[in-house]
Design a protein around this ligand. Sequence first.
Ligand code: ZN
Length: 334
Amino acid sequence: MSIDHSEALAGLVGQSTGNPFVALDLVNEPMARHWAEAMGDTNPVYVDDAAAKEAGLPGIVVPPTMLQAWSMVGLTGTLERDAKREAAVQAAEESPNETMMRLLDEEGFTSVVATNCEQEYDRLIRPGERIVTRSMIEAISDVKTTALGTGRFSTTKTEFFSVGPDFPADPVAQQQALESAERVGTMRFRILKFAPKAHVPAKPPRPRPAITEDNAFLFEGYAEGKLLIQKCSSCGTLRHPPLPGCGACQSLEWEPIESKGLGELYSWVVVHYPQVPAFDYPLPIALVQLDEGTRIVANVDFDPHDVELGARVKVRIEKFDDELSLPVFELVEG
Ligand code: ZN
């Protein structure tokens, strides 16, 4: 974290996040019924007046956990609110909440995740009530490191009030009216604003070679740390890569010999594109003239630009993963 806004953030704790919000709808039975249906809550006190009275209530009540639903603004309202926030930021008229979010962004904590929500209910709410909320920044944590990344937790406390039909429209008058209004519930909503960890994708394994009856011995040899070469059993000609028959005498009989792994740089290319995720680039690939007389294509662990053709090289068999070992040539010192 290069920027530290600890002091400015501490100054925001305890501040209101904005004007009180008057619920768009009175508490009502249809919304409560839909909620109970969606939640699978079959308690009859939410839908059946007689059942509610039998349970000792004055009549139908709405599900307590629906508390926040009464203060929601819907998609259109959310879009309008976001546009207003953006305009406020442009006009440098941020609310403390907007300031907090901006400061956290500036600290590099640009991602957000809701971590927990706690609700307390003062009493049950009934259809016909008008709910008004007010919110404040209750806490902003020190910088913490979590499994998601490093950031700060912020807790917003929202209080829910039940108000009468004469609740004022003016925000200042609203704040005053809430001082003597009846609180019906409180919600604490905690988020983590964090710097996401850089996502480093795991390097995929090297592509598997196409193993055939003719070349299987080569890869079995690599697995044992050996560089094997096909030798014609009839005329003794070496060949690589493996082939079924001898190009010199057409014999199908052959046997592997183990190369000493010494040779010289015959030619090379350095691959820049196309890039395959399993490899590192630039990727030098050499054609090595083995001392036994045949040539082999393989990776090298040096930059061929730095050496002359004919430079002496030596193989090492490198294990790339549990299933794949391949030859890599390195320069012979001196
Ligand atoms: Zn032959």
